[in-house]
Design a protein around this ligand. Structure first.
Ligand code: GTP
Ligand code: MG
Length: 472
């Protein structure tokens, strides 16, 4: 997501966050809403750009709803800090631009038969991000009802679990009693749209409100680690640091014992363990400092980050366009060569069809400036026949090349379309997916090449090797 593109959102636009632990069904939910597979896009975006993906839903009356697909907080402290930075940055920018956040869809798999620490942690962060005033703008959405419905026993368990979740204060309980709405997502578009409509109707009826984190970062100018959500991570990091430092001390004293006793094998194992613990300690410290940031610094970091991604994407686009251009040239050359071959064949055929007198052929007197005939007509026909045979073979191979290239070419064109569309739709995920299609298509292109002598070689080689050759 680009900071400038965020500023281009219209005041009539609305943002909805989709949160939940990994695998709870966030991408599937959004896919159903948009009626397209967003998982691939989301996956590409995760590995290339921000961890938060944005998808646009055309809501009723030409209103645009931007869905933020967020990764779950999963107890790996390094990524948790990054995820919080991403989410809070987007929320703060949206707030500064006067765009309202209608609420949060929080996903949970109803078939999970135990409450994981990760789920509790995600809900704790959700409560702190929103604040009690925004609890009514949270829709607690359970997934996997279609699976549960397959078996009456599973279905009953799901109903029981739903009641249990509502009664647990550290799970849905406090949110439910604070006004959060509960819905069952049946795996279809209708029930997914129902959750969105609930939030939009609530927002229309009650007006928009700022989430707790937006007020803290923008209005109160708090640093991220001083916000309520940030403090959860900060405390977690502090506890983990104490634990890791204790482990490091234990390992160090065990190492000195092992060395005193001359137990080199154990000493080596301990050294490895110390190395790992030191590495974890470093990561924790990095995470700790990552959330000690003001919105201003966060914006600077993110702007730099997105600018780098933008530059990288531009460079990749240039490479892709160059590949497409080369491909077009190759195709044009093939068509041209085919045209020349056909003309030569037609010429040979015309000569072959000239009327020939029966019996002995009259000897033609050569004109004064005419070059002596080097081949008889029979020889010419035979030569043309051989050439025709060769040409047929070559033509078959070239036609094969063209056919092989048609699908990758379509993929490249679709990719460019998606990338350009993504640019207009403020959808970095679409841009990345576009590039994916272009790269995928380009890598499947096959070309015939010429040798240095200018003779045609019918060996096929891939776009990769062609790029390699082009650069030499
Ligand atoms: N049958 C069924 N499968 C579901 C449902 N929700 C999610 N799944 C499946 O669960 C798996 C994970 O779903 P995702 O939508 O990728 O979950 P996610 O929350 O986006 O996961 P991350 O992106 O890893 O955070 C996929 O294989 C989905 O097909 C549901 O309601 N019914
Ligand atoms: Mg996902």
């Amino acid at each position: 997501m680009d900071i400038h593109e965020l500023s281009n959102l219209r005041p009539s636009d609305t943002v909805i966050l989709v949160m939940g632990i990994t695998g709870s069904g966030k991408s599937s939910f959004i896919s159903q809403l948009l009626q397209e597979d967003v998982d691939i896009i989301g996956h590409d975006l995760t590995s290339h750009t921000s961890k938060v993906s944005i998808f646009m839903l055309n809501y009723e009356d030409d209103r645009r709803v931007f869905l933020l697909d967020t990764p779950g907080f999963d107890d790996t402290y390094r990524s948790d800090a990054e995820i919080l930075r991403d989410i809070t940055f987007v929320l703060a920018r949206v707030y500064q631009c006067g765009i309202s956040v209608a609420g949060v869809i929080y996903m949970h798999r109803i078939t999970d038969n135990r409450i994981s620490g990760s789920s509790v942690r995600n809900l704790e962060i959700l409560r702190k991000l929103c604040g009690p005033d925004a609890f009514p703008r949270i829709v607690l959405t359970s997934s996997m009802w279609d699976s549960a419905a397959q078996d009456p026993v599973l279905l009953q368990e799901a109903f029981d679990r739903e009641e249990q979740l509502k009664s647990m204060g550290n799970f849905w309980g406090s949110l439910y009693h604070g006004g959060s709405h509960i819905i069952r997502w049946m795996g279809d578009r209708e029930s997914a749209f129902g959750a969105i409509r609930y939030l939009m109707d609530f927002n229309d009826a009650h007006g928009s409100t700022a989430l707790k984190i937006q007020k803290e970062l923008v209005d109160e100018e708090k640093s991220l680690d001083a916000t309520e959500a940030g403090r959860i991570l900060r405390d977690g990091f502090a506890q983990a640091l104490v634990k890791q430092q204790g482990e490091l001390e234990d390992l160090s004293s065990e190492l000195s014992h092992a060395l005193q006793e001359g137990n080199n094998e154990v000493a080596l194992q301990l050294l490895e363990a110390i190395d790992t613990t030191e590495h974890q300690l470093e990561r924790l410290k990095t995470s700790q400092s990552a959330i000690k940031t003001s919105l201003e610094h966060l914006a600077e970091d993110k702007t730099r980050e997105y600018r780098n991604i933008h530059t990288q994407v531009q460079e990749e686009l240039q490479l892709m366009l160059e590949s497409v251009r080369q491909c077009q040239e190759d195709c044009q050359r093939l068509v041209e060569e085919q045209r020349t071959t056909i003309e030569a064949l037609q010429e040979a055929q015309r000569e072959n069809e000239l009327p020939v007198a029966s019996g002995s052929r009259p000897k033609r007197t050569p004109k004064p400036n005419e070059k002596p005939q080097r081949q008889s007509k029979g020889e010419q026909v035979e030569l043309a026949g051989r050439k025709g045979g060769l040409d047929k073979q070559t033509k078959r191979k070239r036609r094969k090349v063209l056919l092989q290239n048609s699908l990758p070419m379509l993929s490249i064109l679709a990719g460019i379309g998606a990338a350009v569309g993504g640019g207009f739709a403020i959808n970095p995920a679409l841009i990345i997916a576009g590039f994916g299609l272009v790269v995928g298509g380009a890598s499947k292109l096959n070309f015939s090449r010429r040798t240095k002598k200018g003779e045609r070689q019918d060996e096929l080689f891939s776009r990769d090797s062609m790029v390699g050759l082009a650069s030499t």
